[in-house]
Design a protein around this ligand. Structure first.
Ligand code: HXC
Ligand code: NAP
Length: 294
């Protein structure tokens, strides 16, 4: 067994209908593929219909499952309501909302225009809010017994991060929404959870977060105690678990999958990792000698 293996049993998501925002590329696409392999019907949504249709076709061919491409800019509530309607018409119901769509780029904050800041907040926070509100109202209206919201955040939702301030601000809001609704909407059978991934290479993220020669200059794997980046399947494994009935008692949780990255930055003495064995030997000898004298 390896972390790149598929974790859940065959048919674990049979009969589930899942909406993945931003499902045409990157991590959304990887999660969609695994959901389909486990028997779910998946609707993928984003702004670029052609990209979505190509992805849907590719994944249907690879998995033999059903994937519906629906154009929807999550920034606009009426588009989200229409997307929900289209999914219900096609599949008859929806069980899971996966808020995965995001926008991000690096910049010193003082260089951002007001519109640049808004653009990221609108996709990440307002977009997740729009989908959550539309789906939640629907589930509550029809008294659906069990439904799931899964939000993709990041570890800087709670640490904050310089140079991606709009994204950090928005993801913090999404995490607060996750935890708040886990309590408020549990009475309607709606579970809310989140995943906080560390670095998982995707074109969308790497082009925007490590543009130019930054990819050569900053090897993100070196920031991770396990000294590697994430594999898409290991993220898809956690997502599949969280949207499945196996996680029926998990509610209001954020699962971090980052190889220990954020904690490495947090622990006050973690920088002592740079000290070589010989120096530790020398320090130990020095301390022992001092103790013997006392
Ligand atoms: C400064 C920028 C900018 C940049 C755009 N803007 N890119 N400002 N630096 N790199 C400004 C523009 O000048 C404009 O402001 C405003 O932002 C809107 O730009 P548009 O290009 O018109 O926006 P739009 O077409 O809506 O595109 C949204 C986008 C784009 C966010 C800018 O990058 C996008 O489509 N992203 C989607 C996918 C994505 O970002 N994936 C990465 C997720 S990674 P003005 O004032 O000029 O009008 C992620 C990882 C987290 O979240 C953790 C990693 C470890
Ligand atoms: P990605 O491929 O760029 O995915 C982002 C998706 O969001 C795209 O498919 C994009 O599709 C969609 N999107 C953007 N704006 C939208 C809008 N207004 N309406 C609807 N859809 C929109 O990047 P990714 O790396 O897979 O990111 C996926 C998720 O993981 C994001 O939430 C990101 O914050 C999170 N994450 C990623 C990493 C990482 O290392 N990759 C780490 C932590 C968290 P269109 O352009 O077609 O609209």
């Amino acid at each position: 067994m390896s972390y790149t293996d598929k974790m859940l049993r065959d048919g674990a998501l049979n009969d589930k209908v899942i909406v993945v925002t931003g499902g045409g590329s990157g991590l959304g696409k990887a999660m969609t593929k695994y959901f389909m392999e486990l028997g779910a019907k998946v609707a993928i949504t984003s702004r670029d219909l052609e990209k979505l249709q190509n992805t849907a076709k590719e994944l249907e061919e690879q998995t033999g499952g059903k994937c519906l491409a629906v154009q929807c800019d999550v920034r606009h509530y009426e588009e989200v309501e229409n997307m929900l309607k289209v999914v219900l018409e096609a599949f008859g119901k929806v069980d899971v909302l996966l808020n995965n769509a995001a926008g991000n780029f690096i910049s010193p904050t003082e260089r951002l225009s007001a519109n640049a800041f808004d653009t990221v907040i609108d996709i990440v926070l307002k977009g997740s809010k729009n989908c959550t509100l539309a789906f939640g109202k629907h589930w509550i209206d029809i008294k659906q017994p069990s439904s799931v919201i899964l939000n993709i955040v990041t570890t800087y939702a709670w640490t904050g991060s310089a140079y991606v301030v709009p994204s950090a601000t928005a993801k913090a809001g999404v995490l607060a929404m996750t935890r708040s609704l886990a309590v408020e909407w549990a009475k309607y059978g709606i579970r809310s959870n989140a995943i906080a991934p560390g670095p998982f290479p995707t074109k969308g993220a790497w082009d925007r977060l490590l543009p130019g020669d930054l990819q050569e200059k900053f090897d993100l794997a070196q920031k991770v105690p396990l000294k590697r980046v994430g594999d898409h399947q290991e993220l898809a494994n956690i997502a599949a678990y969280l949207v499945s009935d196996f996680s029926a008692y998990v509610n209001g949780e954020v699962i971090t999958i980052d190889g220990g990255e954020w904690l490495k930055g947090a622990g006050q003495f973690n920088l002592l990792e740079a000290i070589p064995e010989e120096t530790w030997d020398m320090l130990e000898a020095m301390i022992k000698a001092k103790r013997n004298k006392e």
